[in-house]
Design a protein around this ligand. Structure first.
Ligand SMILES: Nc1ncnc2c1ncn2[C@@H]1O[C@H](COP(=O)(O)OP(=O)(O)OP(=O)(O)O)[C@@H](O)[C@H]1O
Length: 287
């Protein structure tokens, strides 16, 4: 084990070759992740999902990554061969996607998928994997895990499907969890349950969480530190507890443009943008 941060990213670019030249989706951002909950916020197209995917080297052609540094707990993953990268994905670094329907295999039972997910990363017998699967279903607050383990994905609700996804991602005990809009496909009440479960697991296990969302108010409640992205750059970063001191007009706009159930307003502000924001250098969120 090293003292290095769980994730250390310096000058990361995500680029796409297009017919009209190269489009820069992420433009030279730098950040670290420790054993903390780090929120990455921005509107659609700001580059937050591409940042999450880049960390797993999951950008497909015509997209590609450039960075001065992309280290997972001290290990340079830019230099890792794809075979080792596959081991790292879902092993040391896991990702929860927005909609479990796209991630769960429809023709395998929940149990079969959990067992397979674990056995891909750990040398355990089928029966040991099955027992661990039951335990982790319990951890994500699934009642009657012995019944649910034999169901197919279409037989479970959206909220349950998302918790099963979380269970699957957590089975190999990752150091880093990337959650990309993990609850936006769910009803509000189920959203909070799922967030509570992620929160508890991240704290109990001492993981690092990268939580990607467009909802700044939600992120502020749920994370320790926040990165605000605009047009592929970091325009502001702060502790969640200090968000009220945020300076950047984009951050302030985001805070005012998201409906808050606890404080309803007559009208929502329309976010005004200044072309100068695009050009300002990216703020470093390395610690
Ligand atoms: N294959 C591609 N070719 C060109 N540009 C792309 C491609 N895929 C994504 N992009 C662009 O990359 C930019 C960043 O996308 P990204 O998905 O990271 O945004 P986001 O902030 O996560 O938004 P969302 O919340 O909508 O997912 C967008 O402008 C998008 O159009």
């Amino acid at each position: 084990m090293t003292d290095a941060p769980l994730l250390d990213v310096e000058n990361l670019w995500v680029k796409f070759r297009t017919r009209n030249g190269v489009f820069d989706a992420v433009r030279g951002i730098s950040f670290t992740l420790g054993k903390e909950r780090l929120g990455i916020v921005g509107e659609s197209g700001s580059g937050k999902s591409m940042t999450g995917r880049a960390v797993l080297r999951l950008i497909r052609p015509p997209g590609f990554i450039e960075a001065d540094r992309l280290d997972v707990h001290g290990e340079d993953i830019l230099a890792l061969p794809e075979k080792r990268m596959r081991k790292l994905r879902g092993g040391r670094v896991s990702m929860i996607m927005q909609d479990p329907k796209f991630s769960l295999n429809p023709v395998m039972t929940v149990g079969q998928q959990l067992v397979e997910a674990l056995r891909a990363h750990e040398n355990v017998s089928r029966s040991q994997a099955y027992e661990r699967a039951l335990e982790v279903l319990d951890e994500v607050a699934i009642r009657e895990p012995r019944r649910v383990i034999d169901l197919y994905p279409h037989e479970v609700s959206g909220g349950m499907g998302q918790r099963i996804m979380i269970a699957m991602m957590l089975l190999p005990n990752p150091e880093i969890l990337i959650a990309d809009e993990p609850t936006s496909a769910l009803d509000v009440s189920v959203q909070l349950q799922v967030l509570d479960i992620i929160d508890k697991l991240v704290r109990d296990r001492g993981m690092g969480l990268m939580f990607i969302s467009h909802d700044l108010n939600l992120v502020a409640k749920f994370c320790d530190r926040i990165i605000i992205m605009y047009a592929g750059r970091i325009v502001e970063t702060c502790k969640a507890s200090e968000l009220r001191n945020a300076q950047h007009p984009y951050t302030l706009g985001l805070l005012n443009s998201v409906p808050d159930l606890e404080r309803p307003r007559d009208h929502l502000e329309v976010l005004k943008r200044d072309p100068a924001w695009r050009e300002a250098p990216s703020v470093s969120a390395r610690q």
